[in-house]
Design a binder for this molecule. Structure first.
Ligand code: NAD
Length: 498
């Protein structure tokens, strides 16, 4: 772990230079029309750099480069062991540049640099390593035909995979898509969120240094309505892996239908329930993790446990614990290792969070927080905020706020808790706290969510699939299952003289 002080991080941030052009065909280039957009540090409001604003012409150039590289076979037909060597080198380069990668995400979207340095950046290196190590250990199949027939069932790369990613975990979301897609032999065109393009651009540079051939990994920074839509509608993109809001995930499915029927994998929003039963023995741990579940990354986490259902007999005592934890998690300068929460990504998101909070004040009991604040007189920050006695149908308990805002709702019976947990358009993740083994299994089975964590929150690893049900989308990142998204099954049937 990096043992830097606040001043160390500030000095490193001041010395940092930013990659701010698109990365197409192995080179950094300006947008074809020369356009750029401001890349702003939400902790200070200051412009970090101006980044190429890619549009249709740039997306066309990136897809053309990606297709050319794919057809050349420089990567797509490289033996898996060769791809493994290159991607392992990329993992190593991310580790060698860990502080820089962590700083890029922290400066770009406001997360704590210590989280970025201990979770996001090492995670990115590990995910590249994981897919690199996996890819030369996967076998194809032979179908059970009779003599005279040999039917091979092969997994082949799709071709050009486009990835459109959100701003909340910029490096990790870019990695979750591209590590698996690249390992499988595809070419990738990545469009990072306009709020946080910097780590993806540096990642492309590191990938080239690691030996990923020109054109195999391209990055087109830009806005959703321009670069994102151009990728969604492109006739030569074979697959579009999306992480972001449900609204835009639905748009990508339409783009596909309006263009070439590309496979679309949406991984979208969430409003994850966390159920605390009175038979949970370690309520201190449950509270500590419930606070982490909502306040980590300023609540800007798709799987944030933003609905907390607490059994009525322990509810008041549990709320007290949560209030104390909220008070201990105040926002501060993201570059200060002592800070507990960082800045909100931008003014627009801060306004959205505050609209929910102001509405909540009129319908529920605000027990802590509720204010927008600054740090050293600058930036966009929101206090950790908890509402108690929230009506299950209140918008603060229904809609994805994507900020540090928790709704606490009491329940009496297990059936009631499960019913409310499932009464949501989302189904990304859920948590259950109980020391009754039968209840743990029963409730985990009954909850409609891609991941149910029992006696923890947000359990996640490279080895387990991550994704949702219902309107949280149906794509799965991580694990070997993610490779299904980036490959097609191909049957090769051979007749021979038996
Ligand atoms: P967003 O949907 O606004 O943007 C995501 C990406 O889509 C960005 O790159 C953006 O530029 C692009 N985009 C926006 N409008 C577009 C359009 N009209 N056409 C094409 N592309 C467009 O989401 P966000 O605000 O960046 O991220 C927050 C959302 O992401 C939350 O809903 C969160 O739950 C979700 N998320 C989901 C997961 C998951 O794994 N399910 C993980 C992280 C974040």
């Amino acid at each position: 772990m990096l043992d830097f002080t606040h001043n160390d991080w500030k000095a490193r941030a001041a010395a940092l230079s930013f990659r701010n052009q698109a990365f197409i065909g192995g080179r950094f280039v300006d947008a074809a029309d020369g356009d750029t957009f401001d890349c702003i540090n939400p902790a200070t409001g200051k412009v970090l750099t101006r980044v190429a604003s890619c549009k249709t012409a740039d997306v066309d150039a990136a897809v053309t480069a990606a297709r050319k590289a794919f057809n050349s076979g420089s990567w797509s037909r490289m033996a898996p062991e060769g791809r493994k060597t290159v991607l392992l080198r990329l993992a190593e380069l991310i580790r060698e540049n860990l502080a820089e990668m962590a700083l890029l995400d922290s400066l770009d979207m406001g997360k704590l640099v210590t989280d970025a340095a201990t979770i996001d950046a090492p995670g990115s290196a590990y995910f590249f390593q994981w897919y690199a190590e996996a890819i030369d250990k996967i076998y194809d199949e032979v179908a059970p035909t009779g003599p005279g027939d040999l039917a091979l069932i092969r997994r082949v790369p799709l071709g050009v995979v486009a990835a459109v990613t959100p701003w909340n975990f910029p490096l990790d979301m870019a990695t979750w898509k591209s590590a698996a897609a690249l390992a499988a032999g595809n070419s990738v065109v990545l469009k990072p969120a306009e709020q946080s393009p910097l780590s993806a651009l540096r990642l492309a540079e590191l990938a080239a240094e690691a030996g990923v051939p020109d054109g195999v990994f391209n990055v087109v920074p830009g806005f959703g309505e321009t670069a994102g839509q151009a990728l969604g509608l492109h006739m030569d993109v074979d697959c579009l892996a999306f992480t972001g809001s449900t609204e835009i995930g639905k748009l990508f499915m339409q783009y596909s239908g309006r263009s070439n029927m590309k496979a679309v994998w949406p991984e979208t929003g969430g409003k994850s329930p966390n159920l605390i039963f009175a038979d949970c023995e370690n309520l201190d741990k449950a509270a500590e993790m419930a606070a982490f579940g909502i306040f980590f990354n300023q609540g800007e986490t798709c799987s944030a446990n933003s609905r907390l259902y607490v059994q009525r007999e322990i509810k008041d005592a549990f709320v007290e614990k949560m209030v104390a934890l909220a008070k201990a998690n105040q926002p501060g300068d993201p570059l200060d290792p002592a800070s507990k929460m960082g800045a909100i990504v931008d003014g627009k998101q801060t306004e959205r969070i505050m609209r929910f909070i102001e509405a909540g004040k009129t319908t529920a009991d605000l027990v802590v927080g509720g204010k927008q604040v600054t740090v050293d007189g600058q930036g966009h920050y929101v206090e950790p905020t908890i509402f108690d006695e929230v009506d299950h149908d209140d918008p603060i308990a229904r809609e994805e706020i994507f900020g540090p805002v928790l709704s606490i709702i009491p329940f009496d019976t297990e059936a009631e808790a499960v019913k409310m947990a499932n009464d949501s358009i989302y189904g990304l993740a859920a948590s259950v706290w109980t020391d009754n083994l039968s209840r743990a299994h029963r409730v985990a089975d009954a909850i409609h969510a891609g991941t149910v964590s029992v006696n923890t929150v947000d359990a996640l690893s490279a080895a387990t699939p991550f994704g949702g049900m219902k309107q949280s989308g149906f794509g799965r990142d991580l694990s070997l299952h993610s490779l299904d998204k980036y490959t097609a099954l191909k049957t090769i049937w051979i007749k021979y003289q038996a």
